[in-house]
Design a protein around this ligand. Structure first.
Ligand code: GLC
Length: 731
């Protein structure tokens, strides 16, 4: 008998023994006491009124909770222990937006696996990650937790994280359940203000926002989380169309869906449910299985069932999915005795993965005069400036609950270690924090820089300025950091700016003030060595932007996969406001999709990132110019490394459907690959595009692969120039 059927039989057998109170208990996720078990919590577990505990990370306390559940409750049902292990547990990896800049599924999978090993050591068996909300608004603080703006990149990297957390068998030691969140559309909150209204047409939902979540299901993600937001007038946590019709029926998803923190009780706050009872009813009908922290199910589900507004069948289905997850995790078998810890925290090989991922996440945005890499032997003195040069806490970034700042290796430490006594290092933080307006140290900093061969400046955002509920309306450097850069621009010393931030910032007023810019996001525990090795050429930058960097916040939302519109912006159609002739006639400026006061292009495009080498895309060859729906498109590209360094390039493949049942983006990423090419070498790289990758949801909301003409580009960013054309034909 297959395992699933066997599980169903075992799970059903257990379900049939349960009382209503015990069933309701499985739906309840309660907050832990953080380091001890209160009498109230112990009593609730003994009575079978708790299915999961969130935010308990003390190993002995977790063991105690599981012991009570397994040996003192009537049915001995173990607990799900949930925690936000978003980019590491103890060893902290770059924020997910930074990880996305690595375009490295393999490394991201390894990082997630290490996170799961460390978290499961304290008894955590469920993480609320990956966050795969398409994020096209850098004002939104939670872009930091996402993989950026593109559906394919979110899909591939979300799958990598899920594989890393869950492994091949959820019941294996060190595996924890992943959670695809937040379903759906949270990243499109109006004005980038967290929790704000979201309105997305169904066609856009299906062609953009749904795709990473469908990919998560393909990767067997164990759980989903409902989003906080109102979606087209119906909050996700009570949205039957979204959760039942699409997720459960259309996609046949059988996993556990958990609400977000009190998002079911918030259905009344939204003005969607009249009271908590109505909220519980809406959430049950939306098949939200587990209620995170609020307790509307406990309070009202018995009455709702008694009144016939909900059914025993619905309740049993919710409980069955939770019991199935616990069974799949092997929790019913796991010994509660003190089994040996899986691994030590901060193991050397894990720190090395953290350094590699931090390194591959760094994006070289500018390198005027090839000021980088620094030649150690040519340096006598280096000025290290800025509040983020030596701050082990801030470099970890947002959504870090269990990381330890004292374990972080900072940039200043790493630079000193590398330079040893050969080079004089002068450090001045200049500001107490990234938000400081105190300019008292700027003159001294400039003096230090003047006396140095190079100034390495570490600026950006503190961790608290991104993440949940931390959104911004302006995207420049906080505080008076810009004043420092303006002052440094007046001296001769070359300036290398390293930016640590949780989002794309607007760098328009910075690019002409410094020689080089390395965007390092918040790189985690090993950010220091990672960045220092890049600055000194021990490693070569290979990161590519996972999100567009606008010239001005007023351009947002700005993303590469935009629609063509009927009057597309062109160079000839753009006249800057300051250049408009006096009394210019109304229609004299041309009519196109542009602003008057800002060029329509981004400052830095999706997929962009420099290397110390440079690559020439020489030849793009298609095996055939026409394919049918039964054939694949075989693409070959020849890439040469023209630089002096062996280096990695992320080769990107974009396409455009020239005329379709619904308008399609001017470019869509359809494949990518990190390729290592030795200096001077030439490499042929092959891709195989399946017809399905050309498909989309049409006017009838059905997925279709439509015959027609397609453009194809291959290059090192979304402005790839090397292009060709192909056709999908009937037949
Ligand atoms: C938060 C977040 C969610 C997180 C949950 C548990 O409000 O929205 O992403 O997993 O609560 O901390």
């Amino acid at each position: 008998m297959d395992k699933f059927l066997q599980e169903n039989r075992w799970v059903n057998g257990l379900l049939n023994k349960m009382t209503m109170a015990e069933k309701l208990g499985q739906l309840a996720q309660v907050s832990g006491n953080e380091g001890y078990v209160s009498a109230e919590l112990a009593d609730a577990i003994i009575q079978g009124r708790v299915g999961s505990v969130i935010n308990e990370v003390d190993a002995d306390t977790v063991k105690q909770l599981q012991f009570i559940a397994r040996s003192k409750s009537r049915l001995g049902i173990p607990l799900l222990i949930g925690r936000d292990v978003i980019h590491g547990f103890k060893t902290i990896f770059p924020i997910p937006l930074g990880q996305a800049a690595s375009w490295s599924p393999h490394l991201i999978e390894q990082a997630a696996h290490i996170s799961a090993l460390e978290a499961s050591r304290v008894g955590i068996n469920w993480t609320f990650s990956p966050m795969i909300d398409i994020s096209r608004d850098p004002r939104w603080g939670r872009i930091a937790e996402s993989f950026g703006e593109d559906p394919l990149l979110n899909a591939k990297l979300g799958q990598a994280m899920i594989r890393g957390y869950q492994g091949h068998d959820l019941a294996s030691k060190g595996a924890i359940a992943a959670c695809a969140k937040h379903f759906v559309g949270y990243g499109a909150a109006e004005s980038g203000r967290d929790y704000n209204t979201v309105n997305i047409a169904e066609n856009e939902l299906r062609n953009v926002y749904f795709r990473p979540f469908q990919a998560a299901i393909d990767a067997n993600v164990a759980t989903f989380m409902a989003a906080f937001n109102d979606l087209n007038g119906v909050p996700a946590s009570g949205n039957q169309w979204l959760m039942h019709d699409v997720l459960r029926q259309e996609w046949q998803y059988q996993g556990v869906v958990v609400s977000d923190w009190e998002s079911i009780s918030q259905l009344t706050t939204h003005g969607f449910s009249a009271d908590a009872s109505a909220a519980a009813c809406e959430a049950v009908n939306a098949t939200i299985d587990m209620e995170m922290v609020s307790h509307t199910y406990q309070d009202y589900l018995p009455q709702l069932i008694q009144q016939g507004q909900c059914s025993h069948h619905q309740l049993d289905a919710m409980v069955r999915r939770i019991l199935q997850l616990k069974y799949d995790l092997g929790l019913f078998e796991q010994a509660d005795n003190g089994d040996e810890p899986l691994i030590e925290f901060y193991q050397a090989e894990h720190l090395d993965i953290a350094k590699q991922l931090a390194q591959q996440s760094c994006v070289l945005l500018q390198n005027h005069g090839q000021v980088l890499p620094l030649a150690k032997q040519a340096l006598k003195s280096v000025a290290v400036l800025g509040p983020l040069a030596d701050d082990g806490y801030e470099q970890m970034g947002t959504w870090v609950f269990d990381g330890e700042a004292e374990q972080s290796q900072t940039c200043l430490q790493a630079i000193k270690n590398y330079c040893g006594n050969d080079i004089k290092i002068e450090f001045n933080p200049v500001f107490n924090t990234s938000r400081s307006y105190d300019t008292a140290q700027i003159a001294a900093a400039c003096k230090t820089a003047e006396q140095a061969d190079v100034a390495l400046v570490f600026l950006g955002e503190e961790a608290i300025l991104s993440g949940e509920a931390h959104c911004r309306t302006s995207l420049g450097l906080p505080g008076n950091q810009q004043v420092l850069l303006d002052a440094l621009a007046t001296i001769e010393t070359p300036v290398v700016l390293v930016i640590m931030a949780g989002r794309p910032l607007v760098l328009t007023s910075i690019v002409d003030k410094v020689d080089a810019i390395l965007y390092s996001w918040h790189g985690g525990t090993m950010a220091g060595p990672a960045i220092a090795e890049l600055l000194f050429g021990i490693a070569i930058p290979s990161g590519k932007l996972p999100a567009t960097f606008p010239r001005h916040v007023g351009q947002i939302p700005l993303y590469y996969a935009q629609k063509h519109t009927g009057k597309p912006a062109t160079e000839s159609s753009f006249v800057h406001m300051d250049d408009i002739p006096i009394r210019a006639p109304q229609t004299s400026l041309g009519m196109a999709a542009t602003h008057l006061d800002c060029h329509f292009s981004p400052l830095f495009s999706f997929g962009f990132g420099l290397s110390y080498s440079h690559f020439r895309y020489q030849q793009l060859i298609l095996e055939r110019e026409q394919i049918t729906r039964q054939q694949t498109l075989k693409v070959s590209v020849i890439v040469q490394n023209l630089g002096d360094y062996d280096a990695c390039e992320v080769i990107q493949v974009y396409m455009r459907d020239k005329a379709a049942n619904v308008t399609r983006p001017v470019k869509e990423l359809i494949d990518f690959r990190r390729v290592y090419i030795a200096s001077g070498a030439t490499q042929t790289v092959d891709f195989e595009i399946a017809p399905q990758q050309l498909g989309f949801y049409g006017r009838d909301m059905q997925f279709m692969v439509e015959a027609g003409e397609f453009d194809l580009w291959v290059g090192g960013d979304s402005n790839a120039a090397l292009s060709t054309r192909f056709y999908l034909i009937e037949g």
